[in-house]
Design a protein around this ligand. Sequence first.
Ligand SMILES: Nc1ncnc2c1ncn2[C@@H]1O[C@H](COP(=O)(O)OP(=O)(O)OP(=O)(O)O)[C@@H](O)[C@H]1O
Ligand SMILES: [Mg+2]
Length: 454
Amino acid sequence: MTEVRGRREELIPSAARLLNTMRDLGYEFTNAVADIVDNSISADASLVEVTIEADGPDSWVRIADNGAGMPAAVISEAMRLGSGGRDYRVDELGKFGLGLKTASLSQARLITVASRSNPTRRIIDVRVLDLDDVLRTDRWEIVHPAPEDRPAAVVAPLQDGPGTVVLWGRLDRILNVTDPYGTRAESVLGKYAERLDQHLGMVFERFLSGTAERCRTTPLTITVNGRRVEPWDPFCLKERTEYLPEHTLRVAGRHVRYRPYVVPPQREFSSDDAWKRASGPNQWNRQQGLYIYRADRLIQSGGWSWLRGTEEHVKLARAALEFWPALDEQFEINISKMRVKIPEELGTSSRAWSPCCPGRHRSGTGSPPATPSRRPRRRGPPPGRPPVRTRPRTGGPGPPPGHRSPGRTGPGRVPPLRGLPRHRSGRRGSRPPSSRQPRSQASRTRSTRSGATC
Ligand SMILES: Nc1ncnc2c1ncn2[C@@H]1O[C@H](COP(=O)(O)OP(=O)(O)OP(=O)(O)O)[C@@H](O)[C@H]1O
Ligand SMILES: [Mg+2]
């Protein structure tokens, strides 16, 4: 196409209108925090501490990490909508240069970011994005606050080493109650903390358990109000989950991995607590379906992405669908990283997607996955609600406070397209049968299960 010639006129968007509009990209509180945690993971943090402090209208949410931090020039660039100037790694969770701002503004009107990148010198840079200020001035401006105006809550976590702190103040979307000092406000914040604990345990399960590609050496620790977030494994691999044949699919010449499982029925769980915890935030029926991972980070938890409906008799079917950022365009990931679209190439008819066989690319080997048996054992029952931190109204300053190998491909037998039955036969175990039995017996067991289940 030929370039249109003529006089050029630059049209700078209205800062006030655009920033206000960007608040409504569809983030929920939990997704917004997860987007900030993505940044911490990209900065190689091993610890992310989320604090929700109830302090009436001055309540705040803080996400503090011990990652690489940002020097002065980078922190200003980071505050820009559509920040850029760097290449993303193949396994990087960021993509748009928006998350820090859009996720924060979706919940709060005052965003303060502090960062320290020097391990030996305590140089802390702070930037403030004040939505009300931008609405007043209609200018794309941030503030470099004077040292005495820096909130203690934002600099305190950076006293001992590098890291980044994101502080959300004026929580108009979170604290939407008439009396921010009332017990209702406190209980609202408590519920947020509880949901956040569950959500982060689910979304970052692979990072928390050390099975994600990029933190095999040092698993990530996340805390919510001081309580450690436990990983939530949708496939219950420590229970007697049944492994169905794994498939490596191709989209735009790249690999996508599909790993289906049948989690055990209630009577076969090790305890009632384990069963309750396995039901997930949306309970059994709605937690069936696809768990879509992008670079080991969960984007979608359950549901069949319009490929088929949720059904009572397949409520135990859960499958991991894993892709890497090189396929972002094909999966149409959205800004808030809450949604993807199944690429046409994978087949979109419900007939093509039985719980155990994906799409029309039938190139899987049917071999059981090797990784699950390597998963470390996890501790204990679900954590209860993390406490809400409450600061006395008259008190002093704030609180102290690579690419996964795609697996084998090639022609393989694909189980017939039938739903999961109510009665299944065959032994189950928490390990793939091939790890315990001779090959011929293992495949016999598998085909018995496949025949019985699919
Ligand atoms: N916790 C952090 N530690 C170090 N650098 C950070 C941190 N948070 C943000 N940054 C820097 O700020 C930039 C902008 O972050 P932002 O979340 O807005 O966009 P992004 O992560 O690049 O992409 P996306 O919009 O997909 O999240 C990042 O690319 C990174 O360079
Ligand atoms: Mg980001």
